[in-house]
Design a protein around this ligand. Sequence first.
Ligand code: FAD
Length: 235
Amino acid sequence: MARETKLKVRLLKHTQDPERVCAEAAKLCYNPIGVDELGGKLSDEEVQKSLRHIMKMGHYSVIEHAVFTFAIEGVSRACTHELVRHRIASYSQQSQRHVSEAGFNFIEPQTIKDKPELSKRFQSFMDASQSLYSELCAAGVPKEDARFILPNACETRIIVTMNARALLNFFELRCCASAQWEIRALANEMLKLAKQAAPTIFENAGPACVSRRVCTEGKRSCGRWRSIPGAILRE
Ligand SMILES: Cc1cc2nc3c(=O)[nH]c(=O)nc-3n(C[C@H](O)[C@H](O)[C@H](O)COP(=O)(O)OP(=O)(O)OC[C@H]3O[C@@H](n4cnc5c(N)ncnc54)[C@H](O)[C@@H]3O)c2cc1C
C-alpha cells in the first residue's frame, strides 16, 4: 500500500565560513591588495559591515562565492518539476529509470485531505498506480517505461546546490504567498537553514515584500506588504 510522507530538508554542506569568504572577495575588489593580505584579518563586525554594504550597492556577484547544498525528501515530482526550473543551481535527483518505485510514497495536498471521500479515492488511486507499476515491472517492462503510469504526487528525493545569490532569487519567488504551497514550504525550510549558516547574507531574505520592500503581485497580493515598514505595492 502506498504511504503518505512528509517534507524533510537537511543542509548537507556549505562553503566554510561563507560570509567571511564573500567579505574577503569584496575586500579584494575595493583595495590595492594581493592574495597574501587576505584571510582571517577581518573582524566579525567588519565582515557584517562589508556584506551589508555590497548587498545594498547591488554588487551581488560577491555572494556567489558562498555555496549551499541541501538534501531534500518528502516532496512530490510536481514540486521538483518547479524546483529544477531554477537554472542557477546543480541537481541530483533519484532516478526513476534505475530505482524501483514499487513501494513509492506520495504527497497528498491538504485540499484533498479536507474532502474525506475524495481523499479515500486519492489513496486508492495511489495504490492502483503502485500495483499496476509492479505488474508492468513483473511482466518485463523496464522501469523507465513502467514509470509512465506514476502520479505527480509520487515522492522524490533530490540534492540541490545553489550559491547565495541564486538562493536569494529562489526565496524571493518561492517564499511568496503566490508560489505553490509545496515549493513554498520547501523554500521556507531552506531559508531557515541558510539563515543559520549565513545570518547576515540572508537577514533580509524572503519574498520580495520582505527582501526588497516591494510587492509585485498587484491585485493578487496577499496583503502582507502592509505589515512591512516602508513596503509598497506595485500594481
Ligand atoms: C508564482 C510563479 C508562477 C510560475 N508560473 C510558471 C508558469 O506558468 N509557466 C512556466 O513555464 N514557469 C512558471 N514559473 C517558473 C518561472 O518562470 C521561472 O522559470 C522560475 O521561477 C525560475 O526563476 P529564475 O529564472 O529567476 O531562476 P534561475 O533560472 O535560477 O535564474 C536566476 C536568474 O538568473 C538570470 N538568468 C538565468 N537564466 C537566464 C537567461 N537564459 N537569460 C537571462 N537571464 C537569465 C535571471 O536574472 C534569473 O532571474 C513560475 C514561477 C513562479 C514563482
